[in-house]
Design a protein. Structure first.
Length: 128
């Protein structure tokens, strides 16, 4: 259980540290990876939903056994995002640098799987 607490705390804190500055970097990202971001609603919507997930990670960290079922959508949050980025890269929609930033998400996704597996023993088995 301690492993899951550490993993989800790190994920939540890391995510907050990475995402909050992005609220102020929209133009810079558009300059670095043209064209400029034209749909602010999608950009800030993505940030908002992703930011909320960081809070969910911190909630899971508080009581991993209680919130173990939420680890499944947490894993999906990581792996669906990574898969999406690789598909976009394969279609020529993204540059390699835009995909490279998913590496920490992959590591965290794998750690989420491990945390999920390690918390399994904390559930009492049902009597038949």
């Amino acid at each position: 259980m301690k492993f899951a607490k550490i993993v989800f705390t790190i994920a939540g804190v890391w995510g907050l540290l990475v995402l909050i500055p992005m609220y102020f970097l929209r133009d810079r990202i558009g300059e670095q990876y043209p064209p400029p971001i034209a749909h602010a609603d999608f950009y800030y919507g993505f940030l908002a939903v992703t930011l909320v997930w960081q809070i969910a990670f911190l909630v899971i960290a508080r009581d991993p056994v209680r919130f173990r079922p939420m680890m499944v959508p947490a894993m999906l949050e990581k792996f669906v995002y990574i898969a999406s980025m690789f598909v976009l890269f394969g279609l020529g929609e993204l540059q390699a640098g835009q995909v490279a930033v998913t590496a920490p998400d992959f590591v965290l996704g794998v750690l989420f799987v491990a945390a999920f597996a390690k918390t399994r023993g904390f559930f009492p088995t049902r009597a038949s």
